[in-house]
Design a protein around this ligand. Sequence first.
Ligand SMILES: CC(C)(COP(=O)(O)OP(=O)(O)OC[C@H]1O[C@@H](n2cnc3c(N)ncnc32)[C@H](O)[C@@H]1OP(=O)(O)O)[C@@H](O)C(=O)NCCC(=O)NCCS
Length: 181
Amino acid sequence: MFFSSEKHPNIYTVRLKLRSPSFLDVNDVFDFCSDPDASKYADWSPHNTKGETRDYIAWLKRKASIQSFTWVIEKTDDQKVIGTISITEMDYSGKIATIGYTLSKQYQHKGYATEAVEGLIKYLFEDLFCERVQAKVMPENTASIRLLERVGMKKDALLKKGAYCKTACVDIYLYSITKNF
Ligand SMILES: CC(C)(COP(=O)(O)OP(=O)(O)OC[C@H]1O[C@@H](n2cnc3c(N)ncnc32)[C@H](O)[C@@H]1OP(=O)(O)O)[C@@H](O)C(=O)NCCC(=O)NCCS
């Protein structure tokens, strides 16, 4: 195992700070986690209460590690938390990272998700020396596919029943970008 026990640092981009979640983020996180559209293509259900969001933040903190980590996406101009971005899985060598993200509907189509994903990819390649960053996306999630292609990812494959989503295995595309592409 090549990992230390250190967790991940904050990541800064032009307009955003990616940082560890805090219980003070409950209201902002509830805003997007309670939206059914945010979890439409994910393996979690919309939050019905802020208590669920608090439990979710507690769970994110508990499971935080080098191999699996979620940052909240904070706008630096007003400290508003507008989404989350994660390393959903790092392989045992620390060279292959799988990422995921969710952005509040109110803040979509402004390039924030692109900026956050580019910031995370840069961190993974330049600071963690990963060689491959990948993402799994459902074929009908066109906004996410556009985002992955915008940051330079290419489709590798269609994985038949490649992910479990809420009640069933679903087909997914595997996208990736490699170092020195
Ligand atoms: C996937 C998701 C994060 C994409 O969000 P998004 O708002 O489309 O992405 P961005 O914030 O990068 O915005 C990009 C859009 O804003 C436009 N835009 C405006 N200003 C921009 C800027 N400064 N920089 C880049 N794009 C900008 C782009 O043209 C683009 O529009 P287009 O997709 O119609 O071409 C969002 O749809 C989401 O959270 N979905 C629910 C959760 C989800 O599906 N997660 C992924 C699971 S695989």
